[in-house]
Design a protein around this ligand. Structure first.
Ligand code: HAM
Length: 412
């Protein structure tokens, strides 16, 4: 027997109502905020992500699923932002509307070591707003993320925000950090020793106790910010205060992807354990230009849907119910029953039957499992009289109903 690949999941019928609800609610909320759906492909040129996420990011270093096909190197997308920006530029959406807002839902792939909340195929619900650096837009995105969680009926999360400043500020932060860590390198974990040379900022959000202590002693403040970025961040905080959105400023919050500048944020939930981020995002003011467009500021975020499921309190559902369950007794009823089933379905009635039906008792059990409102019993007697026996499962009442008034009887 084949088994699924480690770190991927089958989404079984009992979980589907959660997925449907989350996507329906998300669509309604995105419409309220005027975000339009976009569906980029799952397969992209690997170079798109190398260029966008940064060679030294963990996703590129260790987690990309790449596929070599002849001379070309493709990747199963590890995230959606780079694809959305590529699609925005390639399809000339920047020409028709410089300011554009998109949302997407779908699978992402990262070759991570699987654990609770960390999968190799997982799903994002994400939003990207391209074309403005107004701090009001940062507030809109964080408010959008907050509204989505409220509408998903998820509680107990916390929003952390920070600013990395513009590209110059970020460089300054990086070199300040490099200088101050030079003397305390021995206290860092092995991963951070590697990060020190390749991706210094990531040391700031290492979860290991020793690294946290070292970082705490460094007092990473806002001193690296230029006046403009400082004011920008102040306006973001002000806007969040105006909307009454609770947040915490965490100066050590940096994100793992290179494209971020200025505002970054993360939404975490204590119910998730070690992988506690429900979602995350931030500004990427230079990415559109990096990928060949004009200088166009942008911001976005994405939620991990499997992590939403973990904290949602959702209980797997029993089988989907149907209105009518047809029980055919005997060969003639079976062959005529096919037409009856088809006629009811044409009328928009959800109905089912058990083709393997051997006994009335077994079929009634199946009808019960299907949570049918009505059971139709169709046998030799009924065929002779041109009727069916209709049982109302909620009252237990049973009566003969002529075939031509059946529809009226079950829809009234
Ligand atoms: P990210 O932080 O890499 O950001 O992923 C966003 C969310 O996806 C995480 O907070 C987490 O909930 C979920 N996630 C990530 N990796 C996994 C995994 N291996 N298994 C399960 N869930 C996972 C991005 O991808 C950015 N593109 C977000 C963004 C959009 N920034 C700007 N625009």
């Amino acid at each position: 027997m084949f088994k699924r690949v480690s770190g991927v999941k089958d989404i079984l019928p009992k979980e589907i109502p959660f997925w449907q609800r989350v996507s329906e609610v998300a669509r309604q909320v995105f419409a309220r905020y005027s975000y339009q759906e976009i569906r980029p492909p799952l397969l992209e040129e690997a170079a798109l992500f190398n260029r966008s996420l940064g060679q030294s990011s963990e996703v590129i270093q260790k987690q990309m699923f790449t596929i070599r096909h002849h001379e070309d190197l493709y990747a199963l997308r590890p995230e959606g932002t780079a694809s959305v920006v590529r699609a925005y530029l390639e399809n000339g959406l920047d020409k028709s509307r410089r300011f554009a807002k998109f949302f997407y839902m779908g699978p992402m792939f990262r070759a991570e070591r699987p654990q609770k909340g960390r999968l190799r195929q997982f799903h994002h619900i994400g939003a990207e707003a391209i074309g403005s650096d107004d701090p009001g837009l940062d507030v809109e995105l964080i408010s959008l993320a907050d509204t989505l969680l409220t509408q998903f009926e998820i509680h107990g999360y916390s929003i952390k925000i920070n600013t990395l400043g513009c590209a110059k500020d970020k460089e300054k932060l990086c070199s300040n950090l490099h200088n101050s860590l030079n003397d305390t390198l021995e206290g860092l974990c092995d991963d951070c020793k590697v990060r020190f040379n390749q991706n210094t900022l990531r040391i700031l959000d290492c979860k290991r106790e020793a690294c946290r202590k070292t970082v705490a002693s460094l007092k990473v403040g806002e001193a690296f910010l230029c006046e403009e970025c400082d004011a920008h961040f102040a306006k973001v905080r002000q806007g969040l205060d105006t909307l009454g959105i609770s947040y915490e400023v965490v100066p050590t919050l940096v994100r793992g992807l290179d494209y971020y500048t200025r505002t970054v944020f993360e939404i975490s939930h204590p119910g998730l354990g070690a992988q506690d981020a429900l979602g995350a995002g931030g500004r990427y003011d230079n990415l559109v230009a990096e990928l060949g467009g004009t200088q166009t500021p942008a911001i976005g975020f994405a939620f991990g849907v499997e992590r939403l499921l973990l904290v949602s309190g959702y209980k797997p559902q029993a089988m989907q119910s149907c209105l009518v369950y047809l029980i055919c007794l005997g060969e003639e009823a079976k062959s005529k029953g096919i037409k009856l089933l088809s006629d009811l379905r044409k009328e928009g009635i959800s109905c089912d039957t058990d083709y393997e039906c051997k006994s009335l008792k077994g079929a009634m059990r199946a009808a019960n499992d299907a949570q049918a409102r009505f059971v139709i019993i169709f046998g030799e007697d009924e065929i002779k009289k041109d009727c069916v026996t209709l049982k109302d499962m909620s009252s237990g009442n049973q009566k003969e109903v002529a075939l031509d008034s059946l529809l009226k009887e079950i829809t009234c």
